[in-house]
Design a protein around this ligand. Structure first.
Ligand SMILES: [Zn+2]
Length: 256
């Protein structure tokens, strides 16, 4: 009898912990009702969609810069977190979009419009680190577990995974991953997720050999311009508040 009670207790505890994970680096508790493999498949399907609709930039300098910086941060991420992502880096030709994102599975997109705010590799590392931070902390899957897609059946998500989802469901997945521009209305990340991506991004960029303080100069440009690019459109962390938080992390972790 005692044994059965014990087994029941273990089963209840196991059920409670299903879907409970911790975000890397910050250790924040997360509720994610999707496994990483499914999430990556959705990421790859979304990447295909983007590549079928957007124009890849032929600018050699920008392409080289994104690959150089991206691959260094990806290497650190892979070494420390073993994500098994199939990393690839793309520059999208669109001067009006100061945007960037990384999908689960490691497909990273940077829009040419972002370069007016990026002066050097260190600042680009702040951006790419932030985007990889979202993917590493599985913010997209976390959003899907909270939002309308939480009720979606496996069939619905499967259709999206193989590129045969309805436009509406496909758009919802893309929104959860933070994909904006012409592919649909951008849904900003929550304040917590934005600050967490900043935190993770700074640490990854620093480990890859970049100056963490470049995140400060990057954000300072937005604070001065009054403009906020779509991926960072979350109304809560205004550039100024963001800078304060980033400064705290740099100080606490003794980064340069
Ligand atoms: Zn973000």
């Amino acid at each position: 009898m005692k044994f059965i009670k014990k087994i029941t207790l273990i089963a209840i505890l196991a059920l409670l912990f299903i879907g409970c994970t911790k975000a890397p680096i910050t250790g924040r508790s997360q509720l994610i009702m999707m496994n990483p493999q499914e999430e990556m498949k959705l990421g790859y399907a979304s990447a295909k969609q983007i590549l079928s609709k957007e124009k890849i930039s032929t600018d050699r300098k920008k392409n080289a810069m994104v690959k150089r910086v991206g691959q260094k941060i990806a290497k650190v991420t892979e070494r420390e977190y073993k994500t098994n992502f199939k990393w690839e880096f793309f520059v999208i030709e669109n001067a009006k979009q100061a945007n960037a994102f990384c999908l689960p599975g490691g497909k990273v997109f940077v829009y040419t419009g972002l370069f007016k705010y990026v002066a050097n590799d260190d600042e680009l590392a702040a951006v790419i680190g932030h985007e990889i931070g979202h993917a590493l902390a599985r913010h997209g899957a976390e959003r899907m577990s909270r939002g309308q897609l939480a009720q979606a059946s496996g069939q619905v998500l499967n259709a999206v995974m193989i590129g045969q989802g309805s436009p509406q469901n496909t758009a919802m997945v893309m929104q959860a991953f933070g994909v904006g521009t012409q592919l649909g209305v951008m849904l900003p990340h929550s304040r917590d997720q934005e600050l967490e991506a900043d935190h993770i991004g700074i640490v990854l960029a620093a480990k890859a050999g970049y100056r963490a303080s470049a995140a400060l100069t990057f954000w300072d440009k937005f604070a001065k311009s009054g403009e906020t690019p779509p991926e960072y459109l979350s109304t809560h962390p205004a550039p100024k508040n963001r800078i304060i938080k980033i400064r705290e992390i740099i100080k606490k972790k003794r980064l340069r």
